[in-house]
Design a protein around this ligand. Structure first.
Ligand code: HEM
Length: 389
């Protein structure tokens, strides 16, 4: 049963109990929650199910790698996703201001222009019979470029930030051997040092957190989470959604004819191709979930991808039908006090990419579908190569 934990997008169809205990690769049991109503209950009751374990490494980090991290003064104190304390609402409020819907909407023309230029270049390459990688050449850096316009970030090359973010997703959420953990700790630690320096002097969000009296560790923690959650997730989603649309010609025809709204395609994409497949909580007290006893301290895995396929909520759960009943009720952004603060931004970015790039997919064949490594939570597609037939 363990592979389901690390390839949760592959086993998302078929029959599952409402909750199931799955023992992971290091012998730790997790209670996997599969039903929409139970996942929602779990996420919206932070007193019973706390978010404190959200960023815990699923493969315990060995002492040698911990030393590497400590050498970079790496710490992840309760800040955003892993913060059940009283500081959470204020930190969240400051981040939410930076990502306010009006500020997000103001980025749309700039992003549309950039995507349009990229799409024109890719169309020329496809017309010339070349293969193009829609991950590397379109989706990978867009969310980071937008984030950098909304939030002041350290002055680092895009490639370095992407490498750091992907290393962090692997270090904390993948099943790993010790030598790999050492290499990842070095990569994550190096960039953490950059973040720490920026947190001490940077303007914008960093300055607002400092001015509100938050410790340097909290400022670094918020920037760390934003750089990982605020761009890597969306570039993964854009890639997976474009791949899905490649196999949905009638949806593309509906888009072209103006019969299917772009926003409906994005929501159905979030439901069927969520880049975050699971999210964790930990039981704060002895309790029950869906009639199953849960002991305090139990790790609980909310299977967000599976909740999006719940037949009690969605009319045709395994079919990509934008606008169908239940399509928008997915839990891809979580729920409750920790619900994704970047949802509006991610939706805006995905809408621009769907509107501008869907026509590129007409008549293409997939040379290389996205491949996703084993990971508890993140899809992390590595490439998506197409060519015109
Ligand atoms: C398609 C893209 C994205 C998906 C699927 C996604 C999903 C999620 C999920 C599942 C959570 C945990 C929710 C919970 O615990 O109930 C979360 C939290 C969060 N996300 Fe996103 N996210 C995306 C994009 C973004 C973006 C673009 C940003 C910011 C630039 C962002 C910032 C955050 C933050 C700050 C939190 C923590 C909120 C808190 O604990 O109060 N996310 N996201």
């Amino acid at each position: 049963m363990t592979p389901v934990l690390f390839r949760g997008w592959e086993s998302v169809e078929g029959r599952w109990p409402d909750v199931a205990t799955v023992v992971d690769h290091v012998g730790v049991p997790h209670l996997v929650v599969t039903r929409h109503a139970l996942v929602r209950q779990l996420l919206t009751d932070p007193a019973t199910f706390r978010p404190d374990n959200a960023l815990d490494a699923v493969t315990p980090i060995p002492v040698a790698a911990l030393r590497v991290l400590a050498g970079h003064r790496f710490r992840l104190p309760p800040t955003l996703a892993n913060n059940s304390g009283s500081s959470h609402p204020e930190i969240r409020g400051i981040v939410a201001d930076a990502l306010h819907p009006t500020r997000v909407a103001a980025q749309q023309p700039w992003l549309t222009d950039l995507v349009r230029r990229r799409v024109a270049r890719l169309a020329t390459a496809l017309d010339a019979g070349e293969a193009v990688d829609l991950y590397a050449e379109l989706a990978a850096d867009l969310p980071l470029l937008v984030l950098g316009r909304l939030v002041e970030l350290p002055d680092a090359p895009v490639g370095a930030v992407k490498d750091f973010a992907r290393a962090a997703l692997e270090l904390f959420w993948a099943p790993l051997a010790e030598d790999r953990q050492l290499a990842l700790a070095a990569e994550v630690g190096r960039f953490h040092t950059v973040l720490r320096a920026f947190a001490a002097t940077g303007g914008g969000l960093a300055a607002r957190l400092r001015d509100a009296g938050h410790s340097p560790d909290v400022v670094v923690g918020a920037l760390f989470f934003l750089l990982v959650a605020g761009q890597e997730t969306t570039s993964q989603f854009l890639t997976l959604l474009l791949h899905r649309l490649t196999g949905e010609p009638s949806v593309r025809a509906g888009l072209r004819a103006g019969e299917i709204p772009v926003a409906d395609v994005v929501e159905e994409g979030l439901r069927m191709e969520p880049p975050i497949v699971t999210w964790r909580r930990v039981a704060a007290v002895d309790t029950t979930l869906g009639g199953t006893p849960v002991a305090a301290g139990t790790s609980i895995v909310a299977w967000l991808a599976r909740a999006g396929r719940d037949p009690e909520v969605v009319a045709a759960p395994d079919e990509f039908r934008p606008g169908q009943r239940g399509s928008r009720r997915h839990l891809a952004f979580g729920a409750g006090a920790h619900r994704c603060v970047g949802a509006q931004l991610a939706r805006m970015e995905a809408s621009v990419v769907v509107a501008e790039a869907a026509p590129l997919l007409d008549g293409v064949t997939v040379v290389r579908p996205p491949w996703c490594p084993d990971n508890l939570t993140f899809r992390m597609p590595d490439a998506f190569v197409v060519r015109r037939a």
